[in-house]
Write a protein of this length. Structure first.
Length: 685
């Protein structure tokens, strides 16, 4: 049964039972409707509604979104619960999200555990609440609080929900508390839908729209949710519910909602491949080599997961810098309320820094985050294999270097796996797990197990220059540099990509990370670069002039006074290089800029998938969204490619290949998908 029910005296107990998260599907809806009839027929004094397993209900079953709605519809079910002559009490533990929260709102009384999670996150899936969330919530907590919660999709713990007025009580045993709830208070409780809506000032709605446009750039659902909340001030509940439902049904078939659903399921499916059955090495103590920005971020990610960490540095001065870097992150987390003082002290107690590799002799895993030099990394691993026990897994955080070349210098190359974190490592969710030619299944399984402990999104990658993400990034930057040479300016390229949905364009992003990083990578590639490849030296000229980005006060932009502004000096460098190359520059419209850069990335990604560097198109979507800022509401790079379609992509690339056959020749996979009518999402080797 999707909904279980039992009677104890005058009290009915109704339990949602659709594991693992009690997603609200047709069977749940029908079961709830039947429970209303049952409770009234039995003449019960109250119904206590709860969820089986680890939560109340984590929203609607998103798998139903691509099908026509089937009755009974959730708004109708909740209307019956709300007006039933038998009052319902929601006893909430775990997650009450989306439709689960809307069920809770339809109950007469709401009691939650302090650690329950309550919210309406529908906008994160490209839709709005569809069963009363925008109409009942402001009646319960007030419009300004609703404006904070609904357009952001923010969930709150039960302890905060009490202060917001979202629940009537918190208790470690909400079912027992619901059974004891005073009968007179229950009988006097006014249904949420019968309560008035206190109007909010126009400025509150304007501020909410500004916040939504800043934080969820390009997304339609948050703005539609604000509109529905605004209408709740003047519409009767029944009309507001009809308007909300129509908006929900309209949005759920939109491109944005389809893209966000695709990414939601890709994230849920991000785990070790089915063929990987080896047991991971249990990890309790991790050595991190290098205490700079990346190493200290990795160390804090590990500390946050409850692991013990020893940072290894080259000397006493480096050790002190590492300690300071880790302490800075802990202090910032404490200041922002992400951890409490006990948590901060616990992290400090599990952390050590040393310049003696023997101090990490009990580590089960070592992660190298040293300078991006093959010689340096090989020296590090020689010291690690001498100091660590034979069972310990060795991992490199290299962004570009050949994992197989690093492994060949080890006595046992099977111990080495790539674990490519993204800065800041204690914040960014992506973890590329790189499988070398010799990497053992145990090492690979340990990488995936670590990702789960760290709550990272793991993606399996093969060995090539840049793996999945940085290889696509390199092609993105090359295509952007070509536009600079041929007619665009950095600010125009950045504006076009921000309009496409990126939070930051390629040149603003490179100023943030430093131009010297990409410059060093280009120098590493000099010996192997195809002589037919069109090389653009503009970035080299800026580095030669000491313009390395924000850290030097100037890069692609001037950062004088902390403000990013276009710099005439950069334009002069661009024009000089174009003259030297004999190029007649032309104007590029913003749409043409973004089209070319996206085509370049898709073409490179298609090659990566065809070569087996990535295992699936969905993996590329996860990498581009979680590691490189591709707009989430477009579903990731390859989902966007499927929206365009392989035939259209092939035609566009062939047209560009007339300008430069080397850079723009369509990847074989695109031609294959176009010929066979296969989506990238469905392509299999």
């Amino acid at each position: 049964m999707a909904v279980n029910r039992r009677k104890e005296g005058a009290c009915g107990y109704v339990e949602l039972a659709n594991p693992p998260v009690n997603a609200i599907n047709r069977a749940i809806r029908q079961g709830l409707l039947d429970a209303v009839d049952w409770a009234e027929a039995e003449g019960l004094e109250r119904v206590i509604l709860t969820g089986a397993g680890r939560g109340f209900a984590a929203g609607a079953d998103a798998r139903e979104f691509d099908r026509a709605p089937e009755p009974p519809h959730l708004p109708d079910v909740l209307n019956r619960i709300e007006v039933s002559r038998v009052p319902w009490i929601a006893a909430v533990h775990g997650a009450a999200l989306g439709g689960g929260a809307e069920v809770m709102l339809a109950c007469r009384i709401r009691i939650a555990r302090p650690d329950a999670t309550i919210g309406l996150p529908e906008v994160t899936l490209g839709v709005v609440p569809g069963a009363g969330g925008t109409q009942r919530l402001p009646r319960l907590v007030g419009m300004e609080r609703a404006l904070d919660l609904v357009p952001s999709g923010r969930a709150v713990p039960g302890s905060e929900a009490l202060g917001l007025g979202l629940v009537d009580a918190i208790d470690d045993d909400p079912v027992a508390r619901a059974a004891e709830f005073p009968a007179d208070r229950l009988a006097a409780a006014v249904p949420v839908g019968a309560r008035p809506v206190a109007a909010a000032p126009a400025a509150a709605f304007a501020a909410a729209r500004a916040t939504a446009e800043r934080r969820m750039r390009g997304q339609a659902a948050p703005l539609r949710a604000i509109e529905l909340l605004e209408q709740a001030q003047c519409l009767p509940l029944a009309e507001g519910l009809r308007t909300e439902r129509a908006a929900f049904l309209d949005l759920r078939q939109s491109d944005q909602a389809r893209a966000l659903r695709h990414l939601f399921f890709a994230e849920r499916g991000a785990r070790a491949p089915d063929w990987l059955t080896a047991a991971p090495v249990p990890v309790r103590h991790v050595a991190v080599v290098g205490g700079g920005t990346m190493g200290s971020g990795i160390a804090c990610a590990l500390l946050n997961a409850g692991l013990s960490v020893t940072i290894l540095e080259t000397d006493a001065a480096g050790t002190e810098r590492a300690r300071a870097n880790v302490e800075k992150i802990i202090a910032e987390s404490l200041d922002r309320g992400l951890i409490d003082r006990d948590g901060a002290e616990a992290r400090r107690g599990r952390f050590a820094a040393s310049d003696d590799y023997r101090d990490a002799g009990t580590a089960d895993l070592a992660i190298e985050a040293a300078f991006e030099s093959m010689e340096v990394k090989q020296q590090v691993f020689a010291r690690l294999q001498a100091a660590l026990p034979a069972h310990a897994i060795l991992a490199t955080n290299t962004s570009y270097l050949d994992v197989d070349a690093i492994a060949r210098r080890l006595d046992d190359p099977a111990r080495l796996v790539g674990l490519h974190f993204f800065a800041p490592a204690h914040v960014m969710k992506l973890l590329e797990i790189v499988r070398g030619a010799a990497t053992s299944d145990a090492a690979l399984a340990t990488g995936f197990a670590l990702a789960r402990v760290l709550r990272k999104v793991p993606v399996l990658a093969g060995v090539c220059d840049g793996f999945i993400g940085n290889r696509i990034l390199a092609r993105y930057r090359e295509a952007a540099d070509t536009l600079l040479m041929d007619g665009a300016l950095p600010s125009e390229v950045d504006a076009a990509m921000e309009a496409f949905g990126y939070a930051m364009g390629p040149y603003a992003a490179q100023d943030l990370s430093g131009l010297d990083i990409a410059h060093a990578n280009r120098r590493r590639q000099d010996a192997t670069r195809d002589p037919a490849w069109r090389y653009i030296p503009i970035g080299d000229r800026l580095v030669e002039a000491g313009r390395l980005g924000r850290k030097t006060g100037a890069g692609w932009y001037s950062h004088a006074g902390g403000a990013r502004t276009p710099d005439p000096v950069v334009e002069e460098v661009i024009l000089a290089e174009a003259r030297a190359a004999g190029i007649s520059r032309r104007t590029f419209a913003p749409e043409e800029i973004s089209r070319r850069l996206v085509l370049a990335m898709i073409n490179e990604a298609a090659a990566i998938l065809h070569e087996g560097i990535a295992q699936s198109a969905a993996d590329i979507d996860l990498v581009t969204v979680h590691g490189y800022g591709f707009p989430r509401w477009r579903g990731g790079l390859m989902h966007h490619a499927d929206v365009i379609g392989a035939p259209a992509l092939q035609d566009a690339l062939e047209a560009l290949a007339a300008e430069d056959a080397v850079a723009w020749a369509p990847a074989p996979l695109i031609a294959d998908c176009a010929r066979r009518g296969v989506a990238f999402a469905d392509w299999r080797r």
